[in-house]
Design a protein around this ligand. Structure first.
Ligand code: NDP
Ligand code: AKG
Length: 420
């Protein structure tokens, strides 16, 4: 029996078991590696603007503490449940290990719908969530960061709530904070910047020129928008399709990014940009393009569409966008579709979060150029390792990335003994 259920947890479990089969990990060692060390569930009662009291459910899952504190984002999303949070925490573990960071994985969040909350209500949810988490987090045990539905402002409220409790400023309790509060230069852009950098690496490997490429990006929040603008402006990629929750737009001759940027600044969502370029969101993923970057939610590439993707590079900016059934289909299409798996592709975010934590602990801050140089160095190392492992073991890019991550955590647990 386990409290971790649901399709997203099943995905994480299936991916892990495939990797464990490949690594020949004995059955009796698997549960210890897969199941989280602990999960905290809290009630978050809030006085709403209309005078009612509403109680939201909050979660934090800490996967393992073998290699250092746990690390991972905080998601505010309407249907969040503990199985999904656990899966995201487990993926964080493999991701941090693959990147060589001294962390275990964690993830958390609140089942709430941020667009439906006023700013005062959002602040109240953020503060009460952190208040409830104070006994379970610290700069040496678990360090939160942004994820879907949260941003620098939410991190600032988390930091303030924790700091008031401690009686002094504890900048290093969260990452992804505003720079003015001890955040690092380059964290806001890091995930999308990393996605674009790895797409550049994939293009070199496949001997294609980014300036001859087209791209479709799903999700236009932090990760999707930075990926879009970086691919277009630094790599010369032509963006032919983008989407968010409210709209999907496509134009094979290229989208007008300046106008889209201005529209997003004014309205915050794509809806209302233009009806002429509108496309069914499911169809958007199937449009011909060189680079397809899902940067929104889990399980958007499954057995129904994996065989029909018409991209050359699948760059997984989101966590868990591809189901194991789709992976099987993509494994048959390895010569057509080059996959940059999520735990590699979006690792730029946690890498720069690590830099932020290190800078906070040292009280010594780096320039954005320094941050980016170090970011690209770690991404390049991880990319080279995954490509090498996939080639020499005849496995997919996902299995290679997972194998490297799982193996590192396993080695740490073995060296420390049975109970860490
Ligand atoms: N932020 C980070 O540093 C990192 C994030 N990630 C992952 O990247 C993904 C996106 O996170 P992030 O950009 O931070 O989140 P944001 O909340 O900033 O943006 C999410 C985006 O996804 C859109 N979206 C939601 N549901 C759908 C859907 N069904 N179809 C199309 N678009 C949709 C949202 O649209 P709308 O605004 O209309 O709701 C929004 O544009 C997540 O999987 C997250 O876990 C991974 C590593 C680090
Ligand atoms: O920056 C971090 O600590 C975590 C980012 C995150 O949540 C992720 O990589 O999925």
């Amino acid at each position: 029996m386990t409290i971790y259920t649901g399709p997203v947890f099943e995905m994480a479990r299936r991916q892990f078991n495939l990797t464990a089969d490949h690594l020949e990990i004995p059955e009796d060692e698997r549960a210890r590696l897969l199941y989280p060390k602990r999960a905290v569930t809290v009630s978050v009662p809030i006085h709403m603007d209309d005078g009612r009291t509403e109680v939201f459910q909050g979660y934090r899952v800490q996967h393992h503490l073998t290699l250092g504190p746990t690390k991972g984002g905080t998601r505010f999303s309407a249907n969040l449940e503990v199985g999904e949070v656990a899966a995201l925490a487990i993926w964080m573990s493999w991701k941090c290990a693959l990147a060589g960071l001294p962390y275990g994985g964690a993830k958390g969040g609140v089942a709430c719908d941020p667009p439906r909350l006023s700013r005062r209500e959002l602040e109240a949810v953020s503060r009460r969530y952190m208040q409830e988490m104070i006994p379970f987090v610290s700069p040496q045990t678990d360090v939160m960061a942004p994820d879907m539905g949260t941003d620098e402002q939410v991190m600032a409220w988390f930091m303030d709530t924790y700091s008031m409790h401690e009686g002094h400023s504890v900048n290093e309790i969260v990452t992804g904070k505003p720079v003015a509060l001890g955040g690092t230069e380059g964290r806001r852009e890091a995930t999308g910047r990393g996605v674009a950098h790895l797409v550049g690496r994939a293009c070199s490997l496949l001997e294609i020129k980014p300036q001859d490429c087209t791209a479709v990006i799903q999700g236009f929040g932090n990760v999707g928008s930075v990926t879009t603008y970086t691919l277009a402006r630094q790599y010369g990629v032509k963006i032919v399709g983008i989407s968010d929750h409210t709209a999907a737009i496509h134009d094979a001759s290229g989208l007008p990014l300046e106008a889209i940027e201005a529209h997003m600044r004014r309205h915050g969502v794509l809806a209302g940009f233009t009806s002429q370029m509108g496309i069914d969101p499911h169809q958007l993923l199937l449009q011909p393009c060189d680079i397809l970057a899902p940067c929104a939610v889990e399980r958007v590439i499954d057995e129904t569409n994996a065989g029909r993707l018409r991209c050359r590079i699948l760059a997984e900016g989101a966590n868990g966008p591809t189901t194991p059934a789709a992976d099987e289909i993509l494994a048959q299409r390895q010569d057509e579709v080059f996959v940059i798996p999520d735990i590699l592709c979006n690792s730029g975010g946690v890498i720069v979060s690590y830099f932020e934590w290190v800078q906070d602990l040292q009280r010594l801050f780096w320039s954005e150029t320094e941050v980016n140089e170090k970011l690209y160095q770690l991404l390049d190392q991880a990319f080279t390792r995954v490509v090498g492992y996939a080639g020499s073991n005849g496995v997919s890019m996902r299995n290679a990335a997972m194998a490297i991550g799982v193996q590192k955590v396993r080695a740490g647990k073995t060296l420390r003994g049975l109970f860490p």
